[in-house]
Design a protein around this ligand. Structure first.
Ligand code: C5P
Length: 223
């Protein structure tokens, strides 16, 4: 049997962007490499957990020792997460597109002499909030991410309440930091217990420390 701080636990991780089709050849997406989410899935497996990684389209290999489910859209991602429940911990690091095209074409939209297509947008489900607010089958420990360019801690506190999760891992993605697509990350752990600010670390090291921290998290308590 596996040993480590997460031995015996089932962890669901979401990672990467989602792609929302406009037509069969075009999509709307968020900018996300999936590096942090994939590193967390790998670290959780190395910490002894059974890991289900639900990943949007990324250029990364499926991490070893992890069950990876590849999806395209936000709705597919939510369905895959629900399918993977029950779990002890949910770590939702995906950059989910907030909107999708309501009138996505079944055929490629043709250019039409300067006439522009009208794209009607509709809101996607919030996967983190949906799972965090479930009455039945909510993982006892739900972790969300917040990428902000300013007022990082303040916005993270609001997000914690709004989403109903137990912990927000907040990071500053303002252009100077080079977090987007880069290998390093500066994070703040924001929970009811307060704020923990970590030094700038490799995403792999952020993942290892986060997993270790979650292994000793006092579920339902004050960390
Ligand atoms: O609201 P915002 O997108 O900033 O929240 C970020 C957090 O919420 C991340 O953990 C992200 O994975 C999650 N999220 C989600 N579904 C959405 C939007 C965000 O799970 N539709």
């Amino acid at each position: 049997a596996p040993s480590g701080p997460l031995a015996g636990r089932h962890v669901i991780v979401t990672s990467g962007p989602t792609h929302e089709p406009i037509d069969p050849v075009r999509y709307i997406a968020n900018r996300s490499s999936g590096k942090q989410g994939h590193a967390i899935a790998k670290a959780a497996a190395e910490a002894g957990a059974r890991v289900t990684l639900v990943s949007g389209p990324v250029d990364l290999p499926d991490p070893a020792g992890v069950t990876t489910i590849r999806v395209e859209s936000a709705r597919d991602m939510l369905a895959a997460v629900e399918q993977a429940l029950p779990a002890d911990i949910g770590i939702f690091a995906a950059a989910v597109a907030d909107w999708r095209v309501a009138n996505a074409g079944e055929q490629k939209i043709k250019k039409d002499g300067g006439r522009l297509p009208e794209l009607a947008l509709t809101e996607n489900p919030d996967i983190l909030a949906t799972i965090s607010r479930r009455n039945e089958g909510r993982p006892p420990l739900m972790v969300g991410f917040a990428a902000e360019t300013e007022h990082v801690i303040e916005y993270a506190k609001r997000k914690l309440a709004k989403k109903g999760c137990d912990l927000i891992v907040a990071n500053d993605v303002s252009a100077e930091g080079g977090v987007m697509g880069g290998d390093r990350n500066t994070v703040h752990l924001v929970s009811q217990a307060g704020v923990e600010t970590w030094p700038t670390l490799d995403k792999a090291e952020v993942a290892r420390r986060l997993v270790e921290r979650l292994g000793t998290w006092n579920v339902g308590g004050k960390a």
